[in-house]
Design a protein around this ligand. Structure first.
Ligand code: DAH
Length: 340
């Protein structure tokens, strides 16, 4: 029996040296010291021994058990440590490794252009206001003096939602909303998105942007309109820029005009940008029609005003010599990156 005890001790030592995980150590413990373990069995069978022998074997058995217990504990600790070290090595962070460079984005060229236009007008004392993209037919057309038979109301030009609501085709309804919510004197611009049933091509997009302007006060005349828009053109396109006001028609202004600026590229001699004419059309404007002022509850005996509407993409295309409007909406980084 003594021999058996020594064999158990030796074998356990060997097994422990080969154990490669705390779990393997536990398995060995169960095999030796568990309920049905080899050593447990021996201790249990000692009852059949003579008293003298039981004493010596018992002593030896206890020694062996104590040794095995401490061997198990030592190996368990050792393996736990190794496990932890391996884990640390695997999770090591190289703090000297260079970081990932995150590209800094830029504002979209349309947003940049709106910002730039807004700044010019804000410096002249204009306030920026907003209006809804889903508008009533009344605000988008009727209130702007475009009667029931006006061609722009045509189903083919307008995205109708119901027979009373639509996606605004212009930012001009913000004029009416402003007149209804503010008392003159007032000077506002309203940048925003507008929608028209157009098939996309190099110069048309079903969604584009406008900046609307409205000034109402006592004694406002066409001279104020010309001065304001000429100054805007000079600030946007350079101090030498000339402006030309051509008679035009809009239902919500009377008289109405379209404004051309002298070509900032060739100075008026004629080039690709101005298509040889020396002039570039940039906006529509006019003196606010009394019918519009009346809808807005403005006393037309006391007040007059002017309004204008500028296509943002058009300005951006001219400034940056972009020859296809669709480039603005394709989200191609190679295009957008150039507006840093
Ligand atoms: N709303 C017009 C359009 O979309 C642009 C415009 C012209 C706005 C003259 C105005 C204006 O305020 O006075 O074509």
């Amino acid at each position: 029996m003594q021999k058996q005890l020594i064999t158990i001790l030796e074998e356990t030592k060997n097994q422990l040296s080969e154990a490669d995980s705390p779990e393997a150590v536990e398995e060995i413990r169960v095999r030796v010291l568990g309920k049905k373990g080899r050593l447990t069995e021996i201790l249990r069978s000692m009852g059949g021994l003579a008293a003298e022998e039981r004493k010596t074997v018992g002593k030896k058995a206890n020694e062996v058990r104590a040794e095995i217990e401490s061997l198990l504990e030592a190996r368990r600790k050792e393996l736990n440590l190794l496990k932890k070290q391996a884990q640390l090595a695997a999770e090591v962070i190289d703090v000297t490794e260079p970081g990932r460079v995150r590209g800094l984005g830029v504002k979209h060229p349309v947003t940049q252009t709106i910002d730039e236009m807004s700044k010019v007008f804000m410096n002249m004392g204009f306030e920026v206001v907003e209006g809804p993209e889903v508008e009533t037919v009344f605000m988008n057309f009727d209130a702007l003096n475009a009667g029931p038979n006006h061609p722009s109301r045509d189903l083919t030009d307008t995205f109708y939602i119901t027979d009373k609501t639509l996606l605004r085709t212009q930012t001009s309804p913000v004029q009416v909303r402003t007149l209804l919510s503010k008392e003159p004197p007032l000077k506002v611009i309203s940048p925003g998105r507008v929608f028209r049933c157009d098939t996309p091509d190099a110069t048309h997009s079903p969604v584009f942007h406008q900046v609307e302007g409205l000034v109402v006060g006592e004694g406002i005349t066409m001279a104020d309109l010309k001065g304001t828009l000429s100054e805007f053109a000079r600030q946007m396109f350079g101090s030498g820029t000339k402006t030309k006001f051509r008679p035009h028609h809009f239902p919500f202004t009377e008289p109405s005009a379209e404004v051309d600026v002298s070509c900032f590229k060739c100075g008026g001699k004629g080039c690709k940008v101005c298509k040889g004419s020396g002039w570039i059309e940039i906006l529509g404007c006019g003196m606010v029609h009394p019918n519009v002022l009346k809808v807005g509850g403005v006393d037309t005996e006391k007040y007059t005003g002017f309004a204008f509407g500028i296509g943002v993409e058009r300005i951006a295309m001219l400034k940056y010599e972009v020859d296809d409007i669709r480039l603005f909406y394709e989200n191609d980084e190679r295009f957008l990156k150039q507006f840093k």
